[in-house]
Design a binder for this molecule. Sequence first.
Ligand code: GLN
Length: 488
Amino acid sequence: MHEMTLTELAKGLKAGDFSSRELTTSLLDRIERLDGELNTFITVTRDQALAAADAADQARARGDERPLAGLPLALKDIFCTRGVRTSCGSKMLDNFISPYDATVVEKLEAAGMVSLGKTNMDEFAMGSSNENSFYGAVKNPWDKHAVPGGSSGGSAAAVAAGFTPAALGTDTGGSIRQPAAFCGVTGLKPTYGRVSRYGMIAYASSLDQGGPMARSAEDCAHLLGAIAGHDLRDSTSVARVVPDYLAELDTPLSGLKIGLPKEYFGDGLDPEVERAVREAIGVYESLGAKVCEVSLPHTHLAIPAYYVIAPAEASSNLSRYDGVRFGHRCDAPADLEDLYKRSRAEGFGDEVKRRILIGTHTLSEGFFDAYYRKAQQVRRLIRQDFLDAFDEVDVLMGPAAPTPAFDLGAKKDPVSMYLQDIYTIAINLAGIPGISVPAGFSGQGQRPIGLQILGQHFAEAQLLNVAHQFQQATDWHRRHPSLEQETI
Ligand code: GLN
């Protein structure tokens, strides 16, 4: 059961091949047996999961036909879950039991889904390797010397390891797509505003967006349909009808216009990644798509602009962690200032502190115009690049990350880590949706490679269709790492 997609599991539940309790128990047992080394979960909520599974089974027996009822999933530990620790990968929130549920959590529960627990992540979603977690690094199930990517590394690795058929992640600069690529799963970052951020702990509010990670585009379509939509509690969520994402999956691709941004195939791209991505594009040509080169001329400015905007917003968002209301508080503070200083010094890790320093600097008087305003202007140009490209083509394609998963500990220098997001960050700055689908492996170490597909604002149905058609023609997404053999 641990290799089945959500869609297949839903059929099995419906046919009575197994109950949600049986399915949930088998996954919980698998997590218990194999997650010690991988470290994909921060908190496993066994009792709540079994209770939710029983409730779904009972509802089904009474005739409940909600399509997702009884299906398990895992939540990145950035989503607030009532009565359950919500740590955001930080010592700061190690003792934080959320008093409320994020909107997406409410929605998935209302759909009858069963949460298995909270997955590991880079602290406050800052990172590209999951090595910045207070709870320790996550290992890539395909190769335990490799990182799973980040910051949603726990979610991606948990899906790849067969602990859960699906998970939620968040993506501020690549944190769904890059770990999906590194772990060989499918991950969708929706359009900014498509999915409510209420109850999703804020990193950089103008960039953060939650989305699904699963074994197939079809499964992502199921999940996106369940979590998307307007939310009165998030003023940046968009009041726009949520389409039936499953309805368009089978649309044929003949005549689809694919643009290959020339900036995404230049220096720094690993040859094995390039080969896999170009082969995937060949598959699209055989499905009737037309391919041409396009240009996104401001691509080189995306990382610099992001590393002004994201830390600025982070420094403001993280000011709430002061040791007073919730989260870590230092012992025996001498006075209020000591309480603030020591609680924050003890509660935050190095990367978070680095971002707070950068953000506070760029927002300070005298630097605001030079850095923050400038970066916002660059952001506008980056967005325009995409809009211009979409005048010519339907979707854009390229690699999700410049290399396959790298070794644990390999990137000590923060800037080399930041460069990981070279193909993903501009998408967040522009607010458009992007999906990463498995498209091959590197020869050495059998590490997965992801193809990234980008669409216009709110074109998720089209992206899912384009990804699904690839998955009908290939079986990269059906490969699984052999965990048991290695551990037994
Ligand atoms: N790696 C990027 C960062 O560290 C993006 C992280 C994310 O998308 N949450 O900020």
